[in-house]
Ligand binder design. Structure first.
Ligand SMILES: CC(C)N1CCN(Cc2ccc(Cn3ccc4ccc(-c5n[nH]c(N)c5C#N)cc43)cc2)CC1
Length: 239
């Protein structure tokens, strides 16, 4: 997979080259390009924004700059992803879809966003997704790209070590994960639940399932209704 990011703050994407993602790049599992949008400006001020038609607060990013940038960065097999507060919610299912793509390009807007004609023009040549990572307002798209890239790249074969597989994720069975514990057995007079030290893996699995169900009902009750038919057995229904 190749990922490209177009932004006016390329340094904001430096974390892509750290830790797990950095190791995935070093191991050739992914290729990453970060491009400064101002490289496609021609005026002395390197302007990328202008006042919005129809008035209103803030500035809008210029199509004459974004257009040539995306023409150069996008290819024949590109899916363009544009973070925006008005986007479709980014989900684990979308992360899996994106992990199967050959080439993702992320267009990071700033100010009040990118002129809509940039998205409309790109959509004439490639799949374009306008996506939001959550119902809160950021200052630009870069933080959203870091979130999405991490969610996608961790799903690629070989990225997560043997000690961890994406199949065990929260949401893989539609429920939130339950609590986790490690040594010591007692810490600040708080003990690890006895069942986890019992060695009885059937009981442990049952306990973990109960904890996941209880946590999901308490924190995200709407997920229960989304479980596939038959997901809950008669024991689950007692929880
Ligand atoms: C008409 C007028 C009164 N409107 C009032 C509300 N404004 C909403 C507005 C507010 C801030 C920004 C800043 N910004 C620029 C590019 C950009 C990309 C992503 C995000 C973003 N925020 N939150 C998310 N989950 C995001 C994602 N993914 C934010 C971005 C962009 C847009 C838009 C203008």
């Amino acid at each position: 997979m190749r990922l490209d990011v177009v932004t006016i703050f390329p340094e904001y994407l430096d974390p892509l080259r750290a830790a797990l993602l950095g190791r995935a790049i070093d191991r050739g599992l992914i290729e990453v390009g970060v491009h400064d949008l101002r490289n496609w400006t021609h005026d002395v001020h390197r302007a990328v924004d202008d006042a919005p038609y129809g008035g209103g607060p803030g500035m809008v990013m210029k199509p004459q700059i974004w257009g040539p940038a995306l023409d150069e960065v996008c290819g024949e097999n590109t899916r363009l992803v544009v973070p925006t507060p008005a986007g479709r919610p980014f989900t684990q299912a979308m992360a899996h879809q994106y992990a199967a793509e050959e080439h993702l390009v992320f267009a990071c807007g700033r100010y009040e966003g990118i002129d809509q004609r940039v998205i409309d023009d790109a959509a004439r040549r490639m799949p374009v997704d306008e996506v939001s990572i959550g119902d809160y307002v950021l200052v630009g798209g870069e933080a959203a790209v870091l979130v999405m890239v991490e969610a996608v790249v961790r799903l690629l074969p070989g990225v997560l070590g043997n000690s961890r597989s994406a199949e065990e994720d929260s949401f893989s069975d539609g429920l939130l994960e339950g609590p986790s514990y490690t040594r010591p057995e007692v810490w600040r007079d708080l003990a690890v639940p006895d069942v986890l030290r019992s060695g009885n893996h059937a009981l442990i699995d049952r306990w973990r399932r109960d904890q996941a169900l209880e946590r999901t009902v308490r924190r995200r009750p709407e997920l229960i209704g989304l479980l596939p038919e038959g997901s809950l057995d008669k024991h689950d229904l007692k929880v």
